[in-house]
Design a protein around this ligand. Structure first.
Ligand SMILES: [Zn+2]
Length: 443
């Protein structure tokens, strides 16, 4: 169906300032044409949304899709960040292109079923011939909009770093491969399905020079920058001890602030760093479940939002979540602010706003995140006729009550999920494939 009309939805939550009842949405060639009552169907198909709420597709701003094959690894279940990494590095070092592709397809399918139409990814290790290309292929198969970032690590154990030497790369090779993937895949056109970013893993796994050169390269190529920053107390202590400054100062010093940069976590940003981010338009990928899972703390999202920092939502890698449900993540974001600041700290509506418009802004996109004529047709349809929604008074408060799995998902006007099942991949075959690879990794 290149052209179709979504009809009969209980409510259309546009995230554009209004909730609309009794309206139809016409989609043509991947774009929302018109939102109005009683739209004629003509030759177009019809998607019946009776008993459903329609929202913009959710946007995931931080993930490590390769980690989907390392969920709930026993020795990593209760470890803090650095110990957790040291448990998982030896397993990841045995990955190859097949593991990367299957893991990415699995993670993206899981996200799609939770309403996600656009996902970023941060792939920072490339063992045994793996390439960013593996995840880009997986995203094309699954059919979601994709912002892969070319991550990297260059300081191994022998140089005082955390990762084993086998998982780090030469800095010249890293930059060369960044150029290769940008030239091969980065699409600047409106409605682009793939936009590439540059993303050294973290300030503690690459040199000062690589951080600086990555920023110069990204600006030269007109792509975005992404990394982990101020994730927990250990992270801040490392920065103070090694660089003699806080993470925000380090980032600013090396060109890592600006409206073309978004940082993951930022749990430990202080007020001057929040001001810096607000002043420069630097974005944040807030990953509440991962922050809980690793005991990192509660990110100051209320203060960031009040200051004007663009905040999006991220599920983070599946080794530290260990789930990838973006609607559940929105709920967790809302609950965490309430734990810290009280019941009025974040509304269900604001959580949805972070998951949609917030994510679009963090990824530098103005063509997704809202439902309005001219926007790309990235649409989530939530069936609210079931048990988990029955009894609700506010249809749009999905972060409080309602399904966490979509009935239908449309990306660029194409159906990715229909009637609660993936259209683009065989879910059972994919899960079986993942089980086979995990058995091989365990052997
Ligand atoms: Zn991460």
């Amino acid at each position: 169906m290149t052209s179709f009309v979504i009809k009969g939805a209980d409510v259309v939550v546009t995230m554009d300032g209004s909730d609309l009842s009794g309206v139809d949405i016409r989609v043509s060639d991947g774009v929302i044409d018109e939102i109005a009552s009683g739209l004629p169907v003509g030759d177009a198909g019809v998607l019946n949304a009776r008993g459903c709420i329609v929202t913009p597709g959710l946007i995931n701003t931080h993930h490590h899709l390769f980690q989907t094959l390392t969920r709930a690894v026993p020795d990593g279940q209760d470890a803090l960040l650095f110990g957790w990494l040291q448990t998982l590095y030896p397993i990841w070092s045995r990955f190859g292109p097949e593991e990367m592709q299957v893991s990415a397809a699995l993670g993206l399918s899981e996200l799609a079923l939770s309403g996600c139409t656009t996902s970023s990814d941060h792939m920072y290790l490339f063992p045994n011939g793996s390439r960013l290309d593996d995840t880009i292929e997986a995203a094309a198969t699954v059919g979601v909009r994709f912002h892969p970032t070319r991550g990297s690590m260059s300081i191994g154990e022998s140089k005082g770093g955390l990762p084993p030497d086998a998982l780090v790369e030469r800095e010249a090779d890293i930059l060369e491969d960044c150029i290769r993937v940008i030239d091969a895949f980065h699409d600047t056109a409106p409605g682009a399905m793939v936009r590439v970013g540059v993303a050294p893993c973290s300030p503690f796994s690459v040199s000062r020079e690589l951080m600086r050169d990555a920023a110069l390269l990204a600006r030269d190529k007109g792509v975005r920058l992404h990394t982990h920053l101020a994730e927990n107390d250990e992270d801040v202590a490392y920065s103070l001890e090694t660089f003699g400054c806080r993470p925000g100062d380090y980032a600013e010093d090396l060109g890592w602030v600006g409206d073309d940069v978004w940082h993951a976590h930022c749990v430990k940003l202080d007020s001057s760093e929040i001001d810096l981010f607000a002043r420069t338009g630097t974005g944040v990928a807030h990953c509440p479940c991962s922050n809980c899972r690793l005991g990192s703390g509660i990110a100051p999202v209320r203060a960031m939002r009040d200051a004007g920092v663009p905040v999006g939502l991220g599920v983070d890698g599946s080794a530290s979540n260990d789930s990838g449900n973006l609607m559940a993540e929105a709920r967790q974001a809302m609950l965490l602010q309430r734990v810290a600041l009280g019941a009025d700290a974040m509304s269900a509506r604001e959580a949805l706003e972070i998951a949609t418009i917030g994510g679009a802004t963090a990824l530098g996109r103005d063509d997704i995140g809202r439902l309005a004529p001219g926007m790309r047709a990235d649409i989530a349809v939530w069936d609210v006729s079931g048990i988990e929604s029955a009894g609700r008074w506010d249809a749009a408060a999905l972060a409080l009550a309602g399904p966490t799995r979509v009935r239908d998902l449309i990306v660029e006007g194409r159906r990715v999920v229909a009637d609660g099942r993936m259209v683009t991949v065989d879910e059972r075959a994919l899960a079986d494939e993942a089980r086979r690879l995990v058995a091989r990794l365990m052997a």
